[in-house]
Design a binder for this molecule. Structure first.
Ligand SMILES: [Zn+2]
Length: 157
């Protein structure tokens, strides 16, 4: 089998980027996506978290598309990212992130209909004791519209 054929079989081409109802651009289902499908890899540049702020100050990134990988490493999808970076947060998401061989992939948590916007729970974490729930809502507000909306992209425990 030719490589291009294999590539096509692996790349299910489930998504398209459009204006979002939630915020900015969003990622939408181009076709019906069965529950449990691997939709897209969350690609981007692997960065040391301690460099993120200086990179932002240097104008290399806006920090808008950062996914936590570990204590020290994050993926900055603003650099070398794919369409997955436009997937918005929801407190009642239809997708989730699973890691395989250290790579994050977006999976369908349920059957997703053609035309639906994809979302996952960013579960922003922080060690900072200064961030009480009110401040979290102020700094990273959520407008996902879900009845279960926490009001912030942070996880609130
Ligand atoms: Zn919400």
């Amino acid at each position: 089998m030719q490589y291009s054929v294999i590539k096509k079989a692996l790349d299910r081409d489930f998504t398209q980027v459009k204006e979002s109802l939630v915020e900015g651009r969003g990622v939408f289902a181009k076709r019906n996506i069965p529950k449990g499908s691997r939709i897209i890899e969350y690609q981007g540049k692997r960065v040391n978290k301690k460099d993120l702020i200086s990179d932002m100050v240097a104008g290399k990134t806006s920090l808008r598309y950062v996914m936590n990988l570990s204590e020290t490493v994050a993926i900055d999808a603003e650099r070398s990212g794919n369409d997955s970076r436009f997937i918005n947060h929801s407190c009642e998401p239809n997708c989730t992130v699973y890691f395989f061989d250290d790579k994050p992939f977006i999976y369908a948590l349920r059957e997703i209909n053609k035309g639906e916007e994809l979302s996952f729970d960013y579960q922003l974490g922080t060690d900072s004791k200064d961030l009480n729930p009110d401040l979290k809502k102020e700094l990273f507000p959520c407008n996902c519209g879900s009845e279960k909306c926490k009001g912030t992209l942070f996880s609130i425990d």
